[in-house]
Design a protein around this ligand. Sequence first.
Ligand SMILES: Cc1cc2nc3c(=O)[nH]c(=O)nc-3n(C[C@H](O)[C@H](O)[C@H](O)COP(=O)(O)O)c2cc1C
Length: 409
Amino acid sequence: MRLSKCYGIEDFRRLAREKLPAPLFHYMDGGAEDEVTLSHNQSAFSGLALQPLFLRDVSVVETSCDVLGQTIKWPVVLAPTGMSRLFHRDGELAVARAATNAGTMYSLSTLSTFSIEDVGAVSSGPKMFQIYLHKDRGLTREFIQRCKEAGYTSLCLTVDMVRAGNRERDLRTGMTMPPKFTWGSLFSFALHAEWSLQHLMSPPLELSNVVHRVAEGSTSAMSVIDYINGQIDSTVTWDDAAKIIEEWGGPFAIKGLLSPSDAVRAADAGASAVMISNHGGRQLDYSPAPIQCLPAFRDAVGERLELIVDGGVRRGTDVLKALALGASACSIGRPYLFGLAAGGEAGVARVLEQLKSEVERDLALLGCTSLDQIGPQHVMDLHRPEFADVTEGVEGAKPRYRFGHLKQL
Ligand SMILES: Cc1cc2nc3c(=O)[nH]c(=O)nc-3n(C[C@H](O)[C@H](O)[C@H](O)COP(=O)(O)O)c2cc1C
């Protein structure tokens, strides 16, 4: 398969699978335990239908929106994902450049393989830095200072990594960071000679943001699970979050919430946004799909917070479903990583171009010319197939189903 033949995200996934040695593909693609949440993230979107309205002038559509203090050209941001050089030698630099060219925001992970400063230097677009609180609390203060100096526009704190999720695919393949050539995986590395050569000829992989303070971030191979369990601080509370938000003093998201009551606490702590996320199904299996949580989140916080839906977004139609149910924007992880593995910066650019054009086309097909025209009247729950009563323009009539009709999905 070639990049020019990739259309939907599933095509990019297939090409990524062809290009990557098995331990790396499964690290990117997999989820926790039985992967119920991983598959549910996507099937929850498939359980929703879109109801279009016709005979409106949709010749010009506008997809821009404001997220975390920045105007972006379309309502999808790139979620933080660690260690992108595993998938292509240009790693985070390639993704950040493609995001800027596509008019959207890139989020850099604490566990990246290029540093805060490296990414700051190649990307002039909106940038968010994602924090994992390490046991070495001095690191967080240092991150905040470095992000201010490197021109990052927002921060997010990921809260769902108090222990590493139980990713059995990684246990089976013996995945480590940096990858280790073992007898078990040797065959797969040999079959993927292009990746293996790139890897051998590039500078050693390390966790660039932490390596000067955390010895385990260096080139000695260890499992991701061991790193998380050894270094990440699981004593963190809402008081700590409030202090970090105050110290940053700018737009701030809490990433990884799944309960509306936590969203209220995030607003009370001073956050500007919540990323409703189950870490792409990589942490607690059987946690709910973010799109299912969204209506109750919006009910709980009203307009106090921006809500970003993260997990299972694969199509422009998924983005529109989320906006219809009250999301401010969506974010994607694996889709752009598949593009990165498939073709470096050009692969990420192609993924973003296609998703952006789907959002534009689908918005027009739905009968809307801007994002603020989308509402709950545009979605129907396929598990309870009553028609949403679209009564716009009918005197005296009111829509029968609002957010509430989706609560029991
Ligand atoms: C390979 C990989 C690495 C990830 N690393 C991080 C990370 O370092 N920090 C973080 O907050 N989330 C991380 N995530 C989760 C993503 O930010 C995002 O929540 C998730 O990928 C969204 O689901 P999707 O892949 O279905 O779009 C990672 C996800 C993947 C697939």
